[in-house]
Design a protein around this ligand. Structure first.
Ligand SMILES: [Zn+2]
Length: 161
């Protein structure tokens, strides 16, 4: 369930899709949805059960990866093809620059997200998805539920990440 965020193309000339077209970006790039049912005692889950769940999660991560890839491609193509001739009118110019900045930020964000997703999938495949990349101890299950692409335990993330 994603609610696309709409960004308008303000290119004075058609950028390929036509000037004034909408560029929809899933807001999943920005919002991590809270888990619907937070996990209980981690000790209650045995290893095979956990591994099974990670395979389910892997499918979700892969689905998101494809979605973000498509978004990234759309933004990259747009930014590459957009007419960079700056509007003469100062109000148009301000809006044009602001829109351009937003699109570039979105593109950078989608690239970061791709990296996070690829890392998480590789970690599941390598069997060390729930091992902290910094200290090697287990990453809290609740933390992984909220931040499925984290590579650090709570202590190593230091409240950040
Ligand atoms: Zn750690």
């Amino acid at each position: 369930m994603t609610h696309p965020l709409t960004v308008w193309c303000l290119s004075p000339k058609p950028c390929g899709d036509g000037a004034g077209h909408r560029i929809s970006v899933p807001d999943r790039l920005f919002i991590h949805h809270a888990p619907e049912d937070p996990l209980g005692d981690p000790a209650a889950h045995d290893l095979s059960e956990r591994m099974h769940r990670y395979q389910e999660l892997r499918k979700e991560l892969e689905a998101e990866l494809h979605e973000v890839l498509a978004t990234n491609e759309r933004l990259t193509n747009h930014l590459r093809n957009v007419d960079r001739t700056l509007p003469a009118d100062s109000e148009d110019l301000a809006q044009f620059l602001e829109n351009d900045e937003v699109l570039e930020a979105l593109e950078a964000r989608s690239r970061d997200r791709l990296e996070e997703l690829r890392t998480a999938i590789a970690r599941i495949d390598a069997g060390d998805y729930d091992r902290c990349a910094a200290c090697g101890s287990g990453i809290e299950e609740g933390r992984l539920e909220v931040l499925p692409t984290t590579t650090l335990c709570v202590a190593c993330a230091g409240g950040g990440n």
